[in-house]
Write a protein that binds this ligand. Structure first.
Ligand SMILES: C[C@](O)(C(=O)O)[C@H](CC(=O)O)C(=O)O
Ligand SMILES: [Mg+2]
Length: 269
């Protein structure tokens, strides 16, 4: 999920929480997910989502925008903007998608300092500790880091880029904590359903870039139709109608509000 409209849609179809994905947000800005986005830009995205919905929001804060003190400030700013949970990962900068080859991790101690900073800074937000160590140092070290991060007070553990259902099951057996599974596509993790994750003991499952990828393909195909045919006629069936779109953005509510307020104005010129 990557903007206010998609958060509203998720809420409307019945999701109980949403994940603001760094990968999807940066793609929507036409940028790669390598830590180019600023804290201000991320906080702005959080604020825009929270302006229109109260749905619980997990925010992908990448590596926390620097060292421990930067993490402290990032958590303050993001929570003030409306984040209900904030995810920090143990990659080096420049970071990359956790499912790509060639990434590196910081030491466990460095991550512990970042987590301590995050926990000191937060008021109510949950701190999600993500470890990218599986791909670099193996599943044993991922389990070991997760246990340390938990002891340091992380609320949720996010093991990144596990490579099989068996590995997710093993991780869940070893790490007794609220666990988050990342079900992103075209990466290291095969498709596993939310039910399967739940049965293995995962409390949260994110589909961070799924709707962006579906929408991106649909946008490209629609543009090709427009260019080639000069009409949107073949696309009509595929569209959300104006009425449906307005329902998502609560158009009626604003119209009603305007009516009520102008009535008031007329009575009290
Ligand atoms: C979860 C993630 O951090 C994200 O930004 O959404 C990405 C997802 C992706 O690139 O597919 C990740 O590093 O796994
Ligand atoms: Mg990310």
């Amino acid at each position: 999920m990557f903007n206010a409209f998609s958060a509203l849609l998720a809420e409307k179809v019945g999701f109980k929480a949403v994940y603001l994905s760094g990968g999807a947000l940066t793609s929507s800005m036409g940028l790669p997910d390598i830590g180019l986005i600023t804290l201000t830009e991320l906080a702005d995205a959080v604020r825009k989502i929270k302006e229109v919905t109260d749905i619980p929001l997990i925010v992908d804060a990448d590596t926390g925008f620097g060292e421990s003190v930067n993490v402290y400030r990032a958590v303050r700013v993001l929570e003030e903007a409306g984040a209900n949970a904030i995810q920090i990962e143990d990659q080096v900068m420049p970071k990359r998608c956790g499912h790509l080859d060639g990434k590196e991790v910081i030491s466990k101690d460095e991550m512990v300092f970042k987590l301590r900073a995050a926990i000191r800074a937060r008021r109510d937000a949950l701190i999600v500790a993500r470890t990218d160590s599986r791909a670099v140092l193996g599943i044993g070290e991922a389990v070991n880091r997760a246990k340390t991060y938990l002891e340091e007070g992380a609320d949720v553990i996010f093991p990144e880029a596990l490579t099989s259902k068996e590995e997710f099951a093993e991780f869940a057996r070893e790490v007794e904590a609220p666990l988050l599974a990342n079900m992103t596509e075209f990466g290291k993790t095969p498709l596993i359903s939310a039910t399967e994750f739940r049965e293995m003991g995962y409390k949260y499952v994110i589909f961070p870039v799924t709707i962006f990828r579906v929408a991106a393909k649909a946008m490209k195909e629609a543009l090709q139709v427009l260019l080639e045919k000069g009409t949107q006629a073949p696309l009509m069936e595929l569209m959300m109608t104006r009425k449906e779109q307005y329902e998502v953005i609560k158009y009626n509510f604003y119209e009603q509000l305007d009516k009520e307020l102008s009535k008031y104005k007329q009575k009290n010129p």
